[in-house]
Design a protein around this ligand. Structure first.
Ligand SMILES: [Zn+2]
Ligand SMILES: [Zn+2]
Length: 198
């Protein structure tokens, strides 16, 4: 199949939900019957997500998704691809804003056999009575779950002085500050470990 015919097919088979737009809610609908003929591609900008991660993180533009949708086990569907986004992150220690590009790998599944209370990571319940699946709630959840819980501008950021508020990365402010209790070190490094490579 040429890329041109794939694109034509994609445009025919995917649509924005009219009911979703009426309510002002974004939706990315995939018709399940269309998947019987093979893979469907969805390429485009996702709706913006407001107030990510308690305002420590802000989307600078709508994320760009490249997704491939196929049939999956139990008459479900599988969505594989990437979501690229450009975000502004506030360092938890020095509060400086940083621009970052993120690329999130997506591999999720919608399964009618999975109960809502039994959803595993990346597996979402599919109501088998529906002819179309709305990908947007799951994709926005994946985006939010992938956010760093403790973003730092760099691993050795010294943060702000607790006494006078000076940025300690730019030099010592001269305040008398007691050393942090070393018993918290292990906990602190655990909390920060997954942020460094993000
Ligand atoms: Zn910092
Ligand atoms: Zn100070």
């Amino acid at each position: 199949m040429s890329s041109e015919s794939t694109q034509t097919r994609t445009n025919r088979l995917t649509e924005r939900a009219n009911h979703g737009m009426d309510k002002g809610l974004p939706a990315i609908l995939i018709r399940r019957a269309a998947l019987a003929d093979g893979e469907v591609a969805w390429n485009g900008r996702l709706p913006a997500v407001e107030a990510l991660g308690e305002n420590q993180l802000r989307l600078l533009s709508a994320p760009v998704a490249g997704l491939r949708i196929t049939e999956s086990i139990n008459d479900g569907i599988r969505v594989v691809g990437t979501i690229d986004s450009e975000v502004e992150v506030r360092c938890r220690r020095c509060l400086v804003l940083q621009r970052r590009e993120r690329s999130l790998e997506i591999d999720i599944r919608f399964d009618p056999e999975v109960a809502t209370w039994d959803e595993a990571p990346g597996v979402y319940r599919l109501d088998e009575r529906l002819e179309s699946v709305d990908l947007w709630p799951a994709l926005s959840e994946e985006l939010i779950l992938s956010l760093p819980g403790y973003p730092v501008c760099r691993a050795d950021c010294k943060g702000l002085c607790g006494m006078c508020g000076s940025d300690l990365n730019t030099g010592s402010c001269g305040c008398e500050v007691s050393e942090p209790d070393p018993r918290w070190d292990a906990l602190r490094s655990m909390a920060e470990a997954d942020e460094i490579d993000d």
